[in-house]
Write a protein that binds this ligand. Structure first.
Ligand SMILES: NC(=O)c1ccc[n+]([C@@H]2O[C@H](COP(=O)([O-])OP(=O)(O)OC[C@H]3O[C@@H](n4cnc5c(N)ncnc54)[C@H](O)[C@@H]3O)[C@@H](O)[C@H]2O)c1
Length: 353
C-alpha cells in the first residue's frame, strides 16, 4: 500500500493506494450517520465488500449510465432523500464509484447543509484523478461540468482490487488521464507501458498498477498544490487534451479518457511536438479509437465555444514544449479551423476510413 498526502492550503488529507479498504473503519466514529452515494453497477458488484467495513441503511444510487444522472434532477432527488431520512449536517458521505460518482457526491457534500464530511472510495482508473484535488461538478443540458465547487475530502481510499471488474472500455478510458499526467511529468509510465500490447491484464499485476497510480496521483498533487483554486495558471495545465476532448466526448459519445487522449494528440500537434505521432500509434496499439467517426468541424466549434476554459473570444488549449513543460495556447476560431483541418489530414483521416 502507498500513501500520498495532499496539502490543500488549510486542509491536508491522505490518499491511500492499494489493498486499503480496511482503513475506512478508522474514519467512521461510533454512531456516525453515513450516506453511501454510488451507482447501480458498482452497487451490484462491490456493495457486499463495502458492507464488511461500514454498516448503514442510507444508500443513494445513480443509474446504470451514471453520467446521465450527473445533473440537478438527481441532485434534488438526493437532497430529498436525505431530508426524508432526517440526515443532518453531521452526515458523512462516502462517494463509492467512478468519476461521475465522485464529482456528483463531491458537489452534494459541498452544498448539503452548507457542507458535510466526504470520503472518496474510487472504483475506476479514471477516478484516481477525479477523487484527488477537490473539483466537483454537475452537467447542465449537454454541457459538462459547468456547475461545481472546490471541496476537499477527508481522505481518499483507493482500494485497487475493485478495478478488476472494469470493462475494457472503462480501462481504456481511465488510462487517458494517466497518460496526461505522465506527459505533464517525464513520460516515465509511457516508457514502462510501451512493452504492453493490452492495458487490460495490468489490473492483475497489483504491484505495477499500484506503482502506476502512485506516480499518476503524485503528478496531480504537484500541479494542484501549486494552484489549489485554479487561479494562478498552473492547474490549468491539467486540462491538457480537454478542450477538444470534451467536445468530442459530448458529441460523439467517446469515453472521457479516449476523447481526451485524442485531444492530447491535437494539443501536441498544435505545439509542433512530433511526439503526437508516437503517442497516437501507442493509443491505437492499446485499443483506442476502434469506432470510426466523421468529425463535424462546425459542431465541434460550437461545442468548444461553450467550454468553461475559454475566455472572451479565444479558444484555450494546452501545449507541451516537451515532457513536463506545458504552456497555454490561445487560438481564434479561424486558427482552430485551419489547424484542425491539418490535424484531420495527418492523423484523423486514418480513423475516419
Ligand atoms: N473532478 C475531476 O477532477 C475530474 C477529473 C477527471 C474526470 N472527471 C469526471 O469523471 C467522469 C468519468 O469518470 P469514469 O470514467 O470513472 O466514469 P463513470 O463514473 O461513469 O464510470 C464508468 C463506468 O464504470 C462503471 N464502474 C465503476 N466502477 C466499476 C468497477 N469497479 N467495476 C465495473 N464497473 C465499474 C460505472 O458504473 C460506469 O458504468 C466524467 O464525468 C468526468 O467529467 C472529473
Amino acid at each position: 500500500m502507498k500513501k500520498i498526502t495532499i496539502d490543500a492550503v488549510n486542509e491536508k488529507y491522505n490518499v491511500y493506494i492499494g489493498d486499503c479498504l480496511h482503513l475506512l473503519e478508522s474514519y467512521i466514529k461510533p454512531k456516525q450517520k453515513v450516506l453511501i452515494i454510488t451507482d447501480e453497477t458498482v452497487k451490484s458488484l462491490h456493495f457486499d465488500t463495502l458492507k464488511q467495513y461500514v454498516k448503514t441503511p442510507y444508500v443513494f444510487s445513480l443509474g446504470k449510465i451514471p453520467e446521465k444522472d450527473k445533473n440537478f434532477i438527481t441532485y434534488e432527488a438526493c437532497v430529498n432523500y436525505c431530508l426524508n431520512h432526517f440526515l443532518d449536517r453531521n452526515l458523512l458521505v462516502l462517494a463509492f464509484g467512478g468519476g461521475v460518482v465522485t464529482d456528483f457526491a463531491g458537489f452534494f457534500a459541498s452544498t448539503y447543509k452548507r457542507g458535510i464530511k466526504l470520503i472518496h472510495l474510487p472504483t475506476t482508473i479514471l477516478a484516481h484523478d477525479s477523487s484527488v484535488g477537490g473539483k466537483t461538478a454537475l452537467n447542465v443540458s449537454q454541457y459538462k461540468n459547468v456547475v461545481g465547487s472546490f471541496y476537499q475530502p477527508k481522505s481518499v481510499i483507493y482500494h485497487l482490487p475493485f478495478l478488476k471488474t472494469l470493462k475494457e472500455k472503462d480501462i481504456v478510458s481511465g488510462f487517458g488521464e494517466i497518460f496526461k499526467h505522465d506527459l505533464l511529468s517525464e513520460g516515465y509510465l509511457l516508457d514502462i507501458l510501451d512493452k504492453e500490447t493490452s492495458l487490460y491484464h495490468l489490473l492483475y499485476n497489483q504491484k505495477l498498477i499500484e506503482k502506476i497510480m502512485y506516480h499518476s496521483i503524485l503528478v496531480k498533487k504537484l500541479y494542484i498544490e501549486m494552484d489549489i483554486y485554479d487561479q494562478l495558471g498552473k492547474r490549468q495545465f491539467l486540462n491538457l487534451g480537454h478542450t477538444l476532448g470534451h467536445a468530442i466526448e459530448r458529441l460523439y459519445g467517446y469515453s472521457h479518457g479516449e476523447a481526451i487522449s485524442l485531444g492530447i494528440c491535437f494539443d501536441l500537434f498544435l505545439s509542433d511536438n512530433s511526439y503526437y505521432r508516437t503517442f497516437y500509434h501507442k493509443l491505437i496499439k492499446w485499443g483506442y479509437f476502434k469506432e470510426k467517426q466523421d468529425f463535424d468541424l462546425e459542431k465541434i466549434m460550437i461545442s468548444m465555444k461553450n467550454d468553461k476554459k475559454n475566455e472572451e473570444d479565444s479558444l484555450k488549449f494546452i501545449g507541451l514544449y516537451t515532457f513536463g513543460q506545458p504552456y497555454e495556447i490561445q487560438l481564434t476560431e479561424e486558427e482552430f479551423i485551419h489547424k484542425f483541418k491539418q490535424f484531420k489530414q495527418v492523423l484523423l483521416c486514418c480513423m475516419e476510413k
